[in-house]
Design a protein around this ligand. Structure first.
Ligand SMILES: Cc1ncc(COP(=O)(O)O)c(C=O)c1O
Length: 361
């Protein structure tokens, strides 16, 4: 069976199985299982008529809300049709010639870089360090590098870049006039989101570009809403000039404006993530045939230690469970898989199904 390129491709899998997509338990996309926040559901129903107008091309209310959420200036923010679109616009604005990427990492950076005609260099993260960024990365930032991309926490490994390491990378990049793009799409799932974010460095580092998404934590992948943050107003202007108008639809703009103020949803989600992540991590670690990497966010990377790993995704699919095969990531192979942390019932089903498949004779 062909393997989906990204997580979340329940449509293709359902077609192959001849079942409706909603019958599949999707562990392959890392989305908050609390689902669409009620605050947005209500606002959407009350504001259905906004669809009869174009969205505000300046996205004033949306940007104001995001600026308050982070305590930053409004003119540091550009919004986009998901963080994925912001990645492509940022890279086409920066026009790098040689970029340094972690391996493994989120696949869209490389696609955007190749589209922009940029040479891509990978820094191979070490399995024996559980794929954490180590000091060798400093040396990999060579003379020709003009863009460094970090994903923090990294997808699919679930590892955070150590604070000291991040500061050193930021300093090296500033000294050598290298752009540093840091993708914080999963920041809200972390134990200490503010402390782990590089937003506090924005003011002093004009070479820093931060990416955020409302897709994951606020469970809105179908809406497409993300944003970029930088104090480099000149670059943001350049990017905005090249952008197509109305990239963010009216409902996505409304959602962004509302959900970041929904403190009850934020707190409930965080309470849930800490207990469920712990539960799933502990249960997976009890399975001796897999190695589990400690997660910082809402997804867990694991490796199957024997040959049964090669068909694990297909075997679980027969039980209508979809996990992400990591075979198409640079520096990983078909024995690595990623599973999102979901609600207790789903997590229990995954653990049970994994045991059955891995220990079947
Ligand atoms: C690290 C990372 N950044 C960005 C994105 C894209 O997010 P969005 O849905 O906002 O385009 C993803 C989606 O999987 C991701 O994993």
């Amino acid at each position: 069976m062909e393997i989906a390129k990204h997580g979340g491709n329940i449509y293709e899998m359902a077609e192959k199985l001849g079942i409706p997509p909603y019958e599949i338990i999707d562990f392959s996309a890392n989305i908050n299982p609390l689902g669409v926040p009620d605050s947005f559901r209500k606002a959407m129903l009350e504001n259905i008529s906004i669809l009869a107008n174009y969205p505000d091309p300046r996205y004033k209310n949306l940007i104001q809300s995001i600026a308050r959420y982070h305590g930053i200036r409004e003119d540091y923010i550009i919004v986009g049709n998901g963080a994925a679109e912001v990645i492509f616009s940022l890279i086409s604005g920066l026009k790098p010639r040689k970029a340094l990427l972690l391996a493994p990492t989120f696949l869209e950076y490389e696609r955007a870089l190749i589209k922009a005609g940029c040479e891509v260099k990978h820094y191979l993260l070490k399995e024996e360090l559980d794929f954490r960024v180590d000091e060798g990365f400093f040396k990999a930032i060579d003379e020709d590098t003009d863009l460094v991309i970090l994903c923090n926490p990294n997808n699919p490994t679930g590892q955070l870049v150590d604070r000291r390491m991040k500061d050193t990378i930021l300093e090296i990049c500033r000294e050598r006039r290298i752009g540093l793009m840091v993708d914080e799409a999963f920041n809200e799932f972390l134990a200490c989101p503010q402390e782990e974010s590089m937003i506090s460095s924005l003011e002093n580092y004009k070479n820093l570009y931060i990416l955020r998404s409302l897709t994951k934590f606020f469970a809105l992948p179908g809406l497409r809403i993300g944003y970029g943050i930088s104090s480099n107003r000149e670059m943001l202007n350049k990017i905005e000039k090249c952008k197509e108008p109305w990239m963010v639809n009216s409902f996505a703009a409304l959602a962004g404006e509302i959900v970041v103020k929904d403190q009850a949803y934020i707190e409930e989600s965080r309470r849930w993530i800490f207990s469920e992540r712990e539960y799933l991590y502990d249960k997976l670690r009890e399975i001796e045939k897999i190695k589990v990497y400690k997660p910082a966010a809402n997804y867990i990377l694991f490796r199957v230690l024997d040959e049964k790993g090669s068909h694990l995704q297909e075997k679980l699919l027969r039980q209508k469970i979809l996990i992400r095969s990591c075979a198409n990531y640079e520096n990983l192979n078909g024995s690595y898989f990623r599973a999102a942390v979901k609600d207790r019932l789903a997590n229990e089903k995954l653990v049970q199904a994994l045991k059955e498949v891995l220990y079947e004779s």
